[in-house]
Design a protein around this ligand. Structure first.
Ligand code: SF4
Length: 458
């Protein structure tokens, strides 16, 4: 039973929309569930060949393996106790890196490399180094490139820390979720504070200049007291950034979530209160908000970007990365080009088969029209700045403000004092951006088709 004594403000009429609504997270527009097989390897190859050789690209490497499978996690990842599948996977990953690089005008500069998953730190040192060697022989990884990795503290030892240092690690994101025993037990993710602190210290000692901690609100048995205790522990780690995401309970899509005790989940009002509590505690601790769910220490590049209106959104969430091209490698990885998005085969087996057949592993994607780009940019600015110059963005994409009149009127009617529209500028009036995803959804022409597939807006 979840009880919250903290409601930090009175709910507004528009709050009922938050409780009811399921909307995309808008890490891309359109979201990946609207990708189709119309975009496949042929178009993917043409888009790779057209990449500007003078503009650095970003690189994403997906490692879809974990030693443990947390009940809450909706990521496509597979459990493994041995290293054999990792060896085979990395061998193909290296092949894929070389195959894509061969289509580029060599050597393509790269300004960022991100290892995500799954659990990238499951890789033994020789495999991490093999990927790094393939990248550096195929791309011109710039000396000041950001090299970031998602870290499971329970899958990190001295040898792996040394390997991360040797590949030039600059930033790490540590998965925490919640430190309370009852919560960890319900989500199948035991993780002590001591192990987490050791990971943070080890990463800093090996050159990580920026540490991020990921938390989740809306988990079973989570309440105000447990969340306060978790944030007090997080404070001891002195992270540069904290991200707090809402748990999306979609057991019909993520079968593992059937193990989550549904009756222990907080309801919509409790979720809202949990998020507000976390937000207030982080602000009191001196963090600056960056977008809807990230917080950064003043002086951190994410905080500076948020304050300067330079925050960006990509498939990992908020970022300072302004590369126009993101090349994704590995099963299910998504690449982004000015022309559109491309996704690799999501299942490891299907991805491996394509690599073995000498092909690109892409199976679906989406070619953007100028209207899609316009809507995508409005959505990006709303997600990052909680404001968008709808008229200016429309004009930049060959559209007119008039094309969005009906949308703006609907937004004013639905959200009332939560939004303001003036001379074609749309602005959310609340500083926490809690309606951002819902307002973005008003610009999303794809949404009506698959509403049920998305997570709650809060
Ligand atoms: S939360 Fe991380 S460690 Fe747990 S199953 Fe998901 S990707 Fe694996």
């Amino acid at each position: 039973m979840v009880t919250l004594r903290v409601m930090t403000r009175s709910p507004s009429p528009a709050d009922s929309l938050l409780a009811r609504a399921s909307v995309p997270r808008y890490t891309s527009y359109p979201p990946a569930n609207h990708f189709t097989p119309e975009v496949g390897p042929d178009r993917h190859a043409r888009w790779i060949a057209s990449v500007d050789p003078d503009r650095p690209v970003s690189i994403y490497l997906h490692i879809p393996f974990c030693r443990r499978l947390c009940h809450f996690c909706a990521c496509r990842t597979q459990g493994t106790r041995t290293d054999a599948p990792l060896d085979a996977y990395v061998k193909r990953l290296v092949t894929e890196i070389r195959r894509v690089a061969a289509l580029l005008r060599h050597p393509q500069p790269a300004s960022a490399v991100h290892f995500g998953g799954g659990t990238p730190t499951i890789l033994p040192p020789h495999l991490l180094r093999a990927i790094d060697a393939a990248l550096r022989s195929s791309f011109d990884v710039l000396p000041d490139a950001e090299v970031s990795v998602e870290v499971d503290p329970m899958e990190l030892d001295e040898r792996r820390l040394d390997a991360l240092a040797s590949i030039g690690l600059t930033r790490a994101s540590i998965g925490v979720q919640d430190f309370a025993d009852a919560v960890q037990s319900a989500i199948g993710r035991p993780q002590s504070f001591e192990a987490t602190r050791a990971a943070a210290e080890g990463l800093r000692a090996r050159g990580a200049r920026s540490l991020n901690v990921d938390l989740i609100y809306g988990l079973p048995h989570q309440d105000a007291a447990s969340l306060r205790a978790t944030l007090a522990h997080v404070d001891e780690l002195v992270p540069d950034r904290v991200a707090i995401y809402g748990y999306a309970h979609v057991p019909q899509m993520a079968r593992r979530q059937r193990l989550i005790p549904q009756d222990a989940l907080p309801g919509p009002a409790e979720r809202l209160a949990l998020f507000e509590l976390a937000r207030r505690l982080l602000l009191w601790a001196g963090y600056v908000p960056a977008g809807i769910d990230h917080f950064a220490r003043p002086g951190d590049t994410l905080a500076l970007a948020a304050q300067a209106g330079r925050l960006r959104r990509n498939f990992q969430g908020y970022t300072t990365d302004d590369a126009r091209v993101l090349l994704g490698f590995g099963a299910s990885a998504i690449s982004r080009f000015p022309q559109g998005h491309v996704q690799n085969a999501p299942a490891s087996g299907a991805w491996a088969a394509r690599i073995d057949e000498g092909r690109l592993a892409s199976v679906r994607g989406y070619a953007l029209s100028s209207e899609d780009r316009c809507r995508g940019e409005i959505i990006d600015r709303l997600m990052c700045d909680f404001a968008a110059d709808v008229g200016g963005i429309a004009a930049a994409h060959g559209m007119t403000l008039a094309a969005f009149h009906a949308t703006l009127e609907r937004i004013l009617e639905r959200f009332g004092p939560e939004v303001a529209v003036e001379a074609g500028h749309l602005r959310l009036t609340a500083s926490d951006g809690r309606f951002a995803r819902l307002v973005c959804a008003e610009f999303d022409t794809f949404l009506a088709q698959k509403e049920a597939a998305y997570s709650r807006a809060i």
